[in-house]
Design a protein around this ligand. Structure first.
Ligand code: CP3
Length: 342
């Protein structure tokens, strides 16, 4: 693999001393960008994911505009249930909809792990094309949902405030739930290894709904599966685990072979460092709604956040995905604040 010209992000993952921390934003390729909305009006969601030229173009859109220190491949975590043969629709103003939910042992038994290239080869093609377009300027991040977060959608069939049907499935049919979680884990491992072989420089696991579980249930239904992914990937590429609302698990997570842990804005940088014993690189944790503050205020808060985390072993990011209603100049202020940090 060629040397990446701006390797701040990879150096932060290796815990090297850097002149300033790297910056990227979760969901940086998204609806706040007019150039993204233009493509969104022309092509439906999964067409954008499945057409390498479109996925690659959408991936580099935010980079062209703002010059982040890493790109994240445009795709979705729900390509995994699709590859498992579970239909996924993306409904306008509603979000994901899975008409045939998985709620019984029989339905779990029927699920088969597909060949990664046959079912998800389009992602590998998108990676190769994106790597060409990025021209080794910055690293490319690949991602997957955590097995628990994917199970949430498969069982619930849609987004939810509480994911109580997913939890009910785990608590009343634990054998079926664990079999399902293991199938998702097995495919996710094959998928992420193939992504690394296709060119991504690091992978992130999004556990968006980990915080729905109690600390003890989190270990049983989420972390043990994420940790299998970490163990399987660690010799291929750095792994970032992001558990939204999972501050209570940071101490356990920091004892694993992750290269970095994502944190949301419900924990202070000081506490996140304390729970992780300063052992791992941390990524986060600007409140996405804080990007609605005036640009000067955003810059002040970003500098304060870097001071609190410390410039090393740190990747500047939001605490969750960027919101669609963020003004362009406010996103600019966020990125610029990091580049101006000295
Ligand atoms: O970060 C990036 O820029 C890369 C692209 C990316 C998307 N989805 C594109 C997308 C990433 C990393 C994801 C991950 C994802 N998808 C997660 C985990 C991260 C998180 O936000 O918690 C989850 C839970 C999903 C499932 C999903 N996909 C939902 C709930 C929705 C609808 C809600 C929404 O934000 O609109 C999607 C659709 C989706 N995935 C969009 C984008 C840009 C918006 C819809 C569209 O473009 O038509």
């Amino acid at each position: 693999m060629n040397k990446i010209k701006n390797d701040l992000f990879l150096r932060a993952l290796k815990q090297e001393v850097v002149p300033r921390p790297p910056v990227w934003m979760m969901r940086q390729a998204g609806r706040y960008l007019p150039e993204f909305r233009a493509l969104r009006d022309k092509y439906d969601f999964f067409t954008r994911c499945q057409t390498p030229e479109l996925a690659a173009e959408i991936t580099v859109q935010p980079i062209r505009r703002y010059g982040m220190d890493a790109a994240i491949l445009f795709s979705d975590i729900l390509v995994i249930p699709q590859a498992l043969g579970i239909e996924v629709q993306m409904k306008k103003d509603f979000g994901p909809y899975l008409p045939h939910t998985i709620r019984s042992q029989k339905e779990v038994d029927a699920i088969q792990i597909p060949d990664v290239y046959e079912s998800l080869g389009y992602v590998m093609d998108a990676i190769k094309l994106t790597k060409e377009m990025l021209n080794d300027e910055i690293p490319l991040i690949g991602f997957a949902g955590s097995p628990w977060t994917i199970l949430c959608y498969c069982v619930e069939g849609r987004g939810s405030k509480s994911f109580d049907k997913a939890k009910e499935f785990c608590f009343t049919q634990p054998e079926a739930a664990h079999e399902m979680l293991q199938k998702i884990t097995d495919l996710t491992i094959l998928y992420l290894i193939e992504k690394v072989k296709s060119g991504v420089n690091a992978v992130q696991v999004f556990d968006s709904w980990g915080g729905m579980l109690s600390p003890s249930d989190y270990q049983v239904f989420s972390w043990q599966y994420i940790n299998q992914i970490v163990e399987a990937l660690k010799d291929y590429a750095p792994v970032i685990a992001f558990g939204k609302g999972c501050w209570f698990a940071l101490e356990t997570m920091a004892q694993s072979n992750v290269s970095a842990l994502g944190v949301d804005w419900t924990i202070t940088p000081e506490l996140a460092r304390k729970f992780t014993h300063h052992k791992v690189t941390l990524q986060g944790n600007f409140d996405p709604s804080r990007l609605l503050s005036p640009p000067a205020e955003i810059k002040r808060l970003v500098h304060q956040m870097i001071d609190q985390f410390g410039k090393d072993k740190y990747i500047v990011n939001l605490g969750h995905g960027i919101l669609p209603n963020i003004p362009l100049e406010n996103a600019q202020a966020f990125i610029d604040a990091v580049k101006e940090y000295a």
